[in-house]
Design a protein around this ligand. Structure first.
Ligand SMILES: Cc1cc2nc3c(=O)[nH]c(=O)nc-3n(C[C@H](O)[C@H](O)[C@H](O)COP(=O)(O)OP(=O)(O)OC[C@H]3O[C@@H](n4cnc5c(N)ncnc54)[C@H](O)[C@@H]3O)c2cc1C
Length: 437
């Protein structure tokens, strides 16, 4: 490798696109030739149990797209594999690095990783510049008048919207500066098989949503049999879309969909300001609920064999596709925690393993909402009745028939627990645990 390649390095992580990417914009305007790198991080990969983890397939395809675009400009993506701190020592050997650019990453692991890299770069007198990109508002940017974080969604959302102006949503016109990419021969993109993973021919949702879906979103979003939500969550997770462009589209087409994008940032803010939620209840007294944690029941829930068709349909959809409709996520989560009295952290971990769009903040927020232990959560006595939910949101059983075709046959299991009994057991358990505090 020719060590004379003096460069600004842009390190992609969860911002896998060239257009409207904040850190890339600043790198391209730095006056230095710009080299893009991506690290297949073994600290993360080694924790993946499935060798055909589709999130990795998604990332790999997104990187191929980036690489194809770079090739058109005589440039190339440089991929590495290993622990970030070790990889960076190699990057410093491969390039004469003058500056490093990246976008903010807010999760606890990412912050710790970035601090480590910042220190390493500092010891070589290299600046590490980071930018806001995956959200419209980050960290303390939407807070109460006294500077404290909001813990209830509606006032947070109102403040968010009152602050929002066109400047926040302005796109970075990166394309204008693409001539600044470091020109070099195409490099080999590390293949999934080289890392011990398997390709999958899964079709991912497209990275656009039609305005016609957003216009009807308010009335159709809760019906899981309809193709009525954006399916953009995996793209938001890995940055294959720009939040600024989506927020603009949201504001022009649907106030309710706008709220959903704000929920995403609300939960990110909560995780950032209250990192204890990653390991326990937002409201600590809910850590004392005496969960039953029956392993056989958990297994049945995981694989869609509870005898509650709407729950089983959701769990089977998750296993088959890596996706589950939001209404059904709420139903299955409530069922696990309240009907079966199984620790929400077990469900959270199962979702984390299987959701294509797994996002620590939203997943944790969704689970703590269902368990009533979160900020702005459902009160503990709110227990979804799966049969009523089915009547309201899947009245002609279209969704259930798709995922549990045998639900009316003798082979289909009896309900794992009777609804009213489970409801009363849950109410008594929560009441007692919370009263004792
Ligand atoms: C128990 C539980 C776990 C969840 N885990 C995740 C997760 O790991 N990752 C994830 O992205 N979402 C999670 N959600 C939120 C929500 O279910 C998904 O974002 C949504 O179903 C994705 O489908 P969509 O892209 O079609 O969403 P749309 O309805 O089109 O919404 C647009 C976008 O808004 C955001 N959004 C929507 N609803 C929520 C919400 N309630 N909280 C936070 N952001 C939201 C997402 O980024 C979504 O892509 C969870 C919800 C629950 C109840």
């Amino acid at each position: 490798m020719n060590k004379l390649n003096s460069a600004a390095i842009i390190w992609l992580r969860r911002d896998l696109r060239l257009s409207d990417n904040a850190a890339l914009y600043h790198a391209l305007r730095s006056g230095l030739p710009v080299q893009i790198i991506f690290i297949f991080d073994t600290d993360i990969l080694n924790q993946l149990e499935n060798k055909n983890d589709r999130r990795l397939v998604f990332i790999h395809r997104a990187l191929q797209t980036v690489n194809d675009q770079l090739k058109q400009h005589g440039a190339t993506l440089h991929t590495y594999y290993g622990k970030p701190v070790d990889v960076w020592k190699n990057v410093l050997k491969d390039y004469n690095v003058e500056k490093v650019f990246a976008n903010h990453d807010y999760e606890p692991y990412a912050q710790q990783r970035d601090n480590e890299i910042k220190n390493l770069l500092q010891s070589h007198s290299i600046l590490f510049e980071t930018y806001k990109d995956q959200v419209v508002f980050e960290k303390d940017e939407v807070c109460k008048a006294d500077g404290l974080p909001y813990t209830v969604f509606t006032p947070y959302k109102n403040k968010y919207l009152s602050q929002l102006n066109a400047a926040h949503l302005k796109s970075y016109d990166n394309e204008k500066y693409f001539s600044a990419f470091l020109k070099q021969e195409a490099k080999h993109l590390i293949a999934l098989s080289e890392m011990g993973f398997i390709e999958d021919n899964i079709l991912f949702p497209k990275n656009k949503v039609d305005n016609s879906i957003l216009k009807k979103y308010e009335t159709t979003r809760d019906f899981p049999a309809m193709d009525a939500t954006s399916r953009l969550s995996v793209h938001l997770r890995f940055g294959t879309v720009s939040i600024r462009q989506l927020m603009m589209q949201a504001m022009e087409n649907s106030a309710v969909w706008t709220n959903e994008l704000i929920w995403r940032e609300f939960y990110m803010m909560i995780l950032y300001k209250f990192p204890h939620v990653a390991t326990g209840a937002f409201k600590p007294r809910y850590n004392t609920i005496p969960w039953r944690n029956n392993e056989q029941e958990f297994e049945k829930w995981c694989h869609g064999n509870t005898g509650y068709p709407i729950v089983d349909a959701g769990m089977r959809e998750l296993l088959a596709t890596g996706f589950m409709h939001n209404r059904v996520r709420m139903i299955v989560a409530s069922f696990l925690v309240k009907h079966l009295l199984i620790d929400w952290k077990w469900g959270e971990a199962w979702f984390a393993k299987h959701l294509l769009d797994f996002e620590l903040s939203s997943n944790n927020g969704g689970w703590q909402w269902a368990a009533s232990s979160g900020c702005d959560a459902a009160p503990y006595f709110r227990i979804f009745n799966p049969y009523e939910q089915t009547k309201r949101f899947d009245s002609n059983l279209e969704y259930i028939k798709k995922w549990v075709p045998e639900f009316q046959e003798l082979t289909y299991p009896q309900p794992i627990v009777e609804h009213t009994f489970a409801r009363n057991r849950c109410l008594a358990t929560y009441k007692l645990a919370l009263q004792e505090k």
